[in-house]
Design a protein around this ligand. Structure first.
Ligand code: ADP
Length: 451
């Protein structure tokens, strides 16, 4: 195991990684921007290095500064967390070039899977079903129109380099497609520095179900069951649960096996997530693979009794996955994660930076809170608005829901508006309680989420 690792991230995930490292007896260095000088991560870490001013383009995204911080402090490995440089092949390569272990997959794997059009073609080769779509990138509006005519409208235009639900457009007709195609390319170029787009059949009423995988360099590959992330607003996840209320044992197994074929096929090592769309007939289609740890990883940890971040460290250090002997895993309980964001559900989820004047976290059985916030904390306008993740679990979905209601009512945050009332409304919704949730749930059942 490493003696010391560097964490190239901030917020709750930096704290989460520090905790895992310390439990393994590994010392930590956290990098931080001037806006995060007083953060919990800086306080909990053994060492901390300031790498620049608040804007992430001048701090958390500056590869030479981060590599330099690792060299000065003698960190042997870097954990990138999620977001920022976590899916940058360039960063993974810079680590390797400087004899620092990147706690994640190889730069080649990031490259191969990071291009979403490419990744689909790769998965199809390994017999993983994919969403019907164009063969790779689509160059012209005419090609796009031809494809759409073949599969039928509506179609979805997606950016090859896209992520975080950004850069997607639904075209309902040929006229719309023609207009949107150029706009989508321009938007992709601006947002991701790559104007490649591809097309997919737009599935009506799907669920988003994803499989957490782990693979080590000793030949072990396993999955940690699935997560259902259908509760989304504008393609951004707000509430995730595991297992999916929609899967029977047979589909769960088939999906897990498809995920493992993908992992073994590409020779993937470390933690990753294979995202699928599940249609109303129970068929599933590969959408993309995330080559990093995800925000919603705790629900998988709770239902499988595992620690994904610790496994990531073990795998990167060349050790076997510690729970490999327990595969195949099946869900041991039901877990739900609520993303508590500094956003106002009454005002279209407008971000609400400001000072937190009161922060009382819930506790008791079946409750976990992953957060970097304390009373007095100033939420900076610079970064994402995630304040805390509330994770609850119980023997059954009904027990997890009851715990969720109880814990949300104990959670007191004052000073900024939060998504707590939104989650409370979800837990009162009959359709949610019946488990019949689809990616259009918030739109169709909750008036877009506006309370
Ligand atoms: P990102 O990487 O930006 O998160 P994804 O490809 O994971 O983008 O898609 C995000 C969400 O968009 C999915 O969870 C789903 O709700 C919706 N989506 C993506 N592709 C399709 C599709 N072909 N049909 C219907 N919905 C889709």
């Amino acid at each position: 195991m490493f003696d010391k690792i560097l964490i190239a991230n901030r917020g709750e995930v930096a704290v989460r990684i520090i905790r895992a490292a310390h439990e393994l007896g590994v010392k930590t260095v956290v990098v931080y921007s001037e806006a995060d000088r007083d953060s919990l991560a800086v306080k909990l870490s053994d060492e901390a290095v300031c790498i620049g001013p608040a804007p992430s383009a001048k701090s958390y995204l500056v590869i030479p500064n981060i590599i330099g911080a690792a060299q000065i402090t003698g960190a042997q490995a870097i954990h990138p967390g999620y977001g920022f440089l976590s899916e940058s092949a360039e960063f993974a390569r810079a680590c390797a070039d400087n004899d620092i272990t990147f706690i994640g997959p190889s730069p080649e794997a990031i490259e191969q899977l990071g291009d979403k059009a490419n990744a689909k073609a790769t998965m199809a080769r390994f017999g993983v079903p994919t969403v019907p779509g164009s063969d790779g990138a689509v160059a012209t509006a005419e090609d796009a129109a031809r494809f759409a005519a073949e599969v039928g409208y509506p179609v979805l235009i997606k950016a090859s380099a896209g992520g975080g639900g950004k850069g997607m457009r639904v075209a309902e007709s040929a006229e719309e497609l023609e207009k949107m195609f150029v706009a989508a390319k321009t938007e992709a170029a601006n947002a991701f520095g790559n104007d490649e787009v591809y097309l997919e059949k737009y599935l009506s009423h799907p669920r988003h179900v994803e499989v957490q995988v782990l693979a080590d360099s000793c030949g072990n590959a396993m999955h940690l069951c699935e997560r259902d992330c259908s509760i989304q607003r504008r393609h951004q996840k707000l509430l995730e649960e595991a297992p999916s209320p929609a899967l029977d044992e047979q589909t769960r197994q088939a999906m897990g096996e498809a995920a493992l074929r993908a992992v073994r096929g590409v020779g993937y090592v470390n933690a990753g997530t294979i995202e699928f769309l599940l249609d109303t007939d129970g068929r599933f289609y590969f959408m993309e693979m995330n080559t990093r740890v995800q925000v919603e990883h705790p629900v998988s940890e709770m239902i499988t009794g595992s620690d994904i971040i610790k496994e990531q460290l073990r795998i990167a250090a060349g050790e076997p996955i510690s729970i490999a002997h327990r595969a195949p895993l099946s869900p041991g309980c039901h877990a739900i994660e609520f993303r508590i964001n500094a956003e106002d559900p009454a005002k279209g989820f407008m971000p609400c930076p400001g000072t937190i004047t009161r922060f009382d976290v819930p506790g008791g059985p079946g409750v976990r809170v992953d957060t970097h916030i304390r009373a007095g904390y100033k939420v900076p306008p610079t970064y994402d608005s995630l304040l805390a993740k509330l994770i609850v679990w119980g023997d059954t979905r009904a027990e997890a829901v009851a715990r969720g209601k109880r814990a949300l009512s104990e959670f007191v945050i004052e000073g900024v508006a939060t998504t707590i009332p939104f989650h409370q409304a979800v837990l009162e919704n009959e359709v949610f309680l019946s488990g019949e949730v689809y990616t259009d749930f918030i739109e169709t059942q909750m008036n877009g989420g506006t309370l």
